[in-house]
Design a protein around this ligand. Structure first.
Ligand code: BG6
Length: 459
């Protein structure tokens, strides 16, 4: 696929929360590294102007980014502002003017999806869609039907190759390393299957609540917020077949194949929880049944994974903030079976630090016939110049590389797995903040050998 470099970035929702926390720091770094030299046009409704936008950007970069005076000055030179309503034709005429001679602009819709149909229509009418690409934020729809409808809207004016659906987990190097690590190390592929792997589990724990996002979170919940997208992407990276080539479509084809082979979720394979105190959060319905925790068991119906259970768990207000994967291996029958009391494992920590650890049995000290589990760890030295996830995905989108974005068929298949379950009326159990979810999780969903509760050493 031809990779055309974009020559202007228009971002809608320039005064919003996402722009403040993630987009400004990312754009500033892109300018600093020389990856963004084209006009950056912030678009927002309401009473705003360029000076105010610059001041907000400065505050944002100082708070959430790595502020650098020279790069920030350069960023300010590139920054323009267009104010106006997203339904007003004149707003888009002003955007067209601000784009000047740009031939391949990128329109980044960092705004609620209800506004997409109007914006897409206006982009087309104003000529702003010509030669352009569009970036959209997650969650992409709220179920299969709405995702399909959104796709239809976007595809009416943009080709699939011009649509970049963000999942910022794909901008995280340790998430991409899962695929890299599996396929560059010849040691793994022979054992990466149902004959040797007993189970896999993915935990995404956060030690904070929904913060001030009640209005968004209460209609979303943990499954839609992080499991259907971020954690399914991790699952695909762990389980996909080797792509036949390293181009974006060969890689994305393999991920879609994994999702198609996953059996849709059934009630008996999921637990939902809600932390005590959630109902008192701002903008949450007083009788809300939204889950702030979920644990589930999934099966991949493929020759490689037949019979292997995959466990996913995510929650707010858990004991730590950490995303970690544990791959447990089977015991092989031998004369040593009674000594090899624990399974081997590979542990991948995605955050807050990055670890790849092999859990192996060694001879226990002072004993000849007892084993003890010991981890051989590879902790990559933190790389000070590492791109943050948003910087990475925005750089890729501007460069025209769709590899680390969700394709239409991927998003729709991911919804198909959770859709029926999300529509069913299932109990939501309360849990105390600071615990690993509802007390009965282990009775309902328990990986063989138990849950891996990540331990995070506070620095
Ligand atoms: C977002 C979710 O997509 O990811 C948040 O909406 C969640 O609820 C966040 O906290 C986690 O991202 P990260 O990069 O901090 O692990």
């Amino acid at each position: 696929m031809a990779q055309v470099k974009s020559d202007a970035l228009v971002f809608y929702g320039a005064t919003g929360d996402l722009a403040y926390k993630k987009i400004f720091p990312a754009l500033h770094m892109m300018v600093k590294r020389g990856n963004l030299n084209s006009p950056i046009i912030g678009v927002a409704r309401g009473d705003y102007d360029l000076e105010k936008l610059r001041a907000r950007a400065k505050e944002s970069v100082q708070k959430y980014g790595k502020y650098d005076e020279e790069s920030f000055a350069k960023f300010c030179e590139l920054l323009k502002f267009v104010g106006g309503d997203y339904t007003d034709t004149q707003t888009f005429q002003r955007i067209r003017e601000a784009l000047g001679s740009a031939k391949n602009p990128t329109h980044y819709l960092a705004i609620p999806p209800v506004l997409f149909p109007k914006i897409v229509e206006q982009l087309d009418l104003s000529g702003c869609a010509k030669g352009a690409r569009v970036i959209v934020e997650k969650p992409f729809g709220t179920d299969f039907e709405s995702a399909r409808a959104l796709n239809k809207v976007l595809l009416s004016k943009f080709s699939e190759s011009a649509i970049y659906r963000i999942d910022h987990y794909l901008g995280k190097r340790p998430v991409n390393n899962l695929v890299f690590f599996r396929f560059v190390n010849s040691l793994l592929e022979p054992v990466w299957n149902k004959d040797h792997i007993e189970s896999m589990q993915i935990t995404m724990a956060e030690d904070f609540g929904i913060q001030s996002r009640g209005a968004f979170y209460d209609v979303t919940g943990a499954i839609r917020d992080v499991i259907q997208n971020h954690l399914f992407q991790i699952l695909c990276n762990l389980t996909m077949e080797p792509p036949k080539a390293l181009d974006s479509e060969s890689i994305r084809d393999e991920k879609v194949r994994v999702l198609k082979a996953i059996t849709p979720l059934r009630g008996q394979d999921v637990v939902k929880g809600q932390y005590a105190g959630y109902l008192n959060e701002k903008a949450v319905k007083p009788d809300s049944k939204t889950e702030t925790f979920s644990a589930m068991r999934l099966h991949i119906d493929s020759p490689r994974w037949e019979g292997v259970p995959f466990f996913i768990r995510a929650g707010k207000n858990l004991p730590v903030t950490c995303t970690e994967i544990l791959v447990r291996f089977k015991h092989l029958p031998s004369a040593y079976s009674s000594i090899a009391t624990q399974p081997n494992h590979i542990r991948f920590r995605i955050s807050p630090d990055v670890t790849v650890a092999f859990g192996m049995l060694i001879m226990a000290q002072g004993e000849d016939m007892a084993s003890v589990l010991s981890e051989v760890q590879g902790n990559p030295t933190p790389f000070p110049n590492e791109k943050d996830a948003y910087e990475r995905v925005l750089t890729d989108a501007m460069a025209g590389d769709p590899t680390h974005f969700a394709r239409q068929d991927y998003v729709e298949e991911a919804w198909k797995i959770v859709d029926d379950y999300l529509k069913s009326d299932v109990p939501v159990y309360t849990y105390e903040p600071g615990t690993w979810g509802p007390e009965n999780v282990d009775e309902l969903i328990l990986p063989p050998g138990g849950w891996n509760n990540p331990v995070v050493v506070k620095k």
